[in-house]
Design a protein around this ligand. Structure first.
Ligand code: DGJ
Length: 697
């Protein structure tokens, strides 16, 4: 059983390999006594212990591994919850109230409450035993019948990393056009803060991070992984205090945040998914890839189609005649999904106008989109469309009708970015308008795929609330608005697949993957850069979600084969203008699309192995292998300029030792042990790439 309860005081949460234990100390504090390897015997887990103040400056809370520290008493660690009550008290004293355990659902709830201010905190835990993931989140409730409670901060949780190690943190950072760079840094005495204040997850830091105490590599080493399932402002604080204790708190960013809980109102935080391993970074990646696929994605088992996207081919210059020609060319090389990007809707000829007016532009599509959609379907492809629902150009019918629908402060000038404003997704009328418009588009045009974009960060985050609530709730209510619109659309159109995009990788997290099936990682499609972006992405997010297009970007250095092989390591797409491709290029495209289709099951649903990182060598390699290890594919990329051929040896660490394998193009039939020991010799010239399928015999 994954959750054990002992005397109503101690709870043990176990997955296949990890365990997480919490319990009350004698003094009544709820502490996290253990997070690490699952032990053989329940008796071996440490029991809750009280701590004591070391001097009059440091109370016991500096070392006590509290499960959910709140602002109270003499406490200087980061609190997860900061409240202000009607009489000005800014202190919360929580006592145990009760717990509920649902063994069928592997679900535990621990209720704590402040009896003076009638405020309740419920800690929720769900265990995914076979997936090695535990999920936790918080609910708060103002049980006072009369007074409001002000919440200045409500994080989803806290982690106390064991021992007194010098922990390090691995996370991805970047900016637009340069997302998902992997960094590996030590935690200093003091705090490391990662966050987004941009309304979305942001290109800058990703809220899925790994902590580790000693050494780590792909296949060895202890690691603690934490991922926040939230697509708005977020904050992660990792603190190593002067008493050598390391804690991590994470949740919705408290920057400019305030929540007013009216009497009897509740609030639920986004979830944190976490996992421990001693098998290195690859094990964390495999755990999250599997979990995201099996528990978050709306269409977990649907093979992703080879797509064509018009953006880099035509930009805003979309019209029926040319799109039809492109569709014909795309179908001819084997594309399965044709996606019309930005530029198709009313008044959209550049980024100056049109956003908000979600109906086909009459000049470009005199009879609407249906003729194009029909044409695409007749060619045997699915039809997809780009939208940017949350945005509006001042030059649009929507803005002229509802200028009050955008985020703004009445007496401040609006800052435009890409000539657009942000609709306030917290307003029900906005959601209603968007639902109606998007639903008609899908219905009228038989759409199978939607790319949901979001192309600016926030400014003037004002909100004239009619109910008198705090406008600082916008950070939360906006994201809830996006989720709720998406959810409603997903329920109305269960067969549509969705892509998350925010100018590339600005909204990628374990929150959005409950709605989106795949992601656009970056507007940078140069394969030499993409190799790095895709590696960073793969730390947590699966190849099944990783859309990657072949474009003209990087063509000076990288031949078309190379560009295909980079894109084929995820969900393959083409973004080039096919009308400009030569017969030879079309033949190359046809060949690789055919090969991709033959092997996509392994790439999209198999396990990924980062064999040689592009950060370590100019020759990098990744592999995908099916679960029973009988089939796999190897991608090898050479970023060296020299044109002479060289032999590189790739060590395929994932084979079954006692089985015999053959790699395409090599005559030898050797045992897995042999290949793993002596490597696979492959010949590569400068700026070239190889695709090598292999089989167990
Ligand atoms: C940003 C996206 O990342 C691009 O792929 C494209 O859809 C443009 N927006 C369109 O405006």
């Amino acid at each position: 059983m994954p959750i054990f309860e002992i005397d109503g005081k101690l709870w043990l949460l176990e997955t296949k390999h990890q365990a997480y234990a919490i319990g009350f100390t004698e003094k009544g504090f709820l502490v996290n006594t253990y997070w690490g390897e699952r032990l053989d015997n329940i008796r071996n887990y440490p029991l809750p212990r009280d701590h004591f103040a070391s001097d009059s400056f440091d109370s016991e809370f500096e070392t006590l591994p509290e499960e959910f520290p709140v602002l109270n008493g003499m406490k200087f660690v980061e609190p997860c919850l900061i409240t202000r009550f009607f009489d000005g008290t800014r202190d919360l004293e929580l006592d145990f109230e009760k717990f509920e355990l649902d063994p069928q659902a592997n679900f535990l709830r621990i209720y704590l409450s402040d009896s003076v201010y009638h405020f309740r905190v419920v800690l929720n835990f769900r265990v995914y035993e076979h997936e090695d993931i535990i999920e936790k989140w918080i609910e708060i409730e103002n049980m006072d019948g009369v007074n409001d409670a002000i919440v200045k901060r409500i994080f989803s949780g806290n982690f106390c990393l064991g021992g007194e190690h010098d922990y390090r943190i691995i996370h991805t950072w970047g900016k637009w056009f340069n997302e998902m760079n992997i960094s590996d840094d030590s935690l200093i005495h003091g705090k490391v803060v990662l966050e987004s204040r941009r309304l979305t997850t942001s290109h800058h830091h990703n809220p899925s991070v790994i902590f580790y105490p000693n050494k780590i590599c792909e296949s060895h080493g202890e690691a603690y992984a934490i991922s926040l399932g939230w697509s708005g402002n977020w904050k992660l604080v990792a603190e190593k205090n002067s008493l050598e204790k390391t804690r991590v708190t994470v949740g919705i960013n408290d920057w400019d945040f305030e929540l007013v809980l009216k009497p009897q109102q509740t609030f639920q935080t986004p979830p944190i998914y976490f996992s421990w391993t001693d098998q290195g970074i690859r094990a964390i990646s495999h755990t999250f890839h599997n979990f995201i696929q099996s528990h978050l994605l709306p269409h977990p088992n649907k093979p992703r189609k080879v797509l064509y996207n018009s953006w880099e081919a035509t930009f805003f210059n979309v019209n029926l005649v040319e799109q039809k020609k492109l569709a014909e060319m795309a179908a001819g090389v084997g594309v399965e999904l044709f996606v019309v990007d930005d530029g198709w809707f009313h008044g959209r000829n550049s980024d100056q106008a049109g956003l908000g007016d979600w109906w086909p532009d009459a000049k470009k599509f005199p009879n609407g989109l249906q003729p194009l959609s029909d044409f695409v379907h007749q060619l045997g492809m699915d039809f997809g469309l780009w939208i940017e629902p949350e945005m509006v150009n001042p030059d649009s019918n929507l803005y002229r009708l509802h200028p009050d629908w955008v985020l703004h402060f009445d007496k401040r000038k609006q800052t435009l970015a890409r000539n657009q404003c942000i609709l306030n997704m917290a307003i029900p009328g906005v959601q209603e308008y968007l639902f109606e418009k998007i639903a008609s588009l899908i219905e009228d045009n038989d759409i199978q795929f939607i790319k949901w974009d979001m192309n600016r960060n926030v400014s003037e985050p004002g909100w004239d609330r009619e109910d008198g609530g705090s406008s600082c709730e916008i950070w939360v209510r906006y994201v809830e608005g996006v989720y709720s619109l998406w959810q409603r659309l997903a329920m109305a159109f269960p067969r549509v697949l969705w892509q998350t995009c925010s100018g590339g990788g600005g909204r990628i997290d374990t929150g959005i993957f409950r709605y989106a099936d795949q992601a656009w990682l970056s507007d940078n499609t140069d394969p030499l850069k993409r190799i790095f972006i895709q590696e960073g992405y793969s730390l947590f997010y699966p190849a099944l979600t990783m859309e990657s297009w072949v474009t003209e970007s990087g063509y000076e250095n990288t031949p078309l084969d190379f560009r295909f092989l980079v894109s084929m390591s995820g969900v393959l797409g083409i973004g080039s203008n096919l009308l400009h491709w030569s017969d030879t290029e079309m033949k190359i495209a046809k060949k690789w699309i055919h090969v991709y289709k033959e092997h996509r099951e392994i790439i999209q649903f198999g396990r990924q192995y980062r064999l040689i990182s592009p950060r370590e060598s100019e020759v990098s390699a990744i592999a995908y292998q099916n679960d029973d290890c009988s089939k796999g594919v190897l991608f090898v990329y050479n970023r060296k300029m020299e044109s002479e051929s060289q032999t590189v040896i790739i060590y395929p660490l994932m084979l079954e030792r006692n089985k015999v394998y053959q790699f395409d193009g090599l005559e030898n039939r050797q045992s897995g042990a042999d290949w793993m020991q002596n490597g696979v010799p492959l010949v590569l010239s400068g700026f070239s790439a190889l695709f090598v399928p292999y089989n167990m015999l």
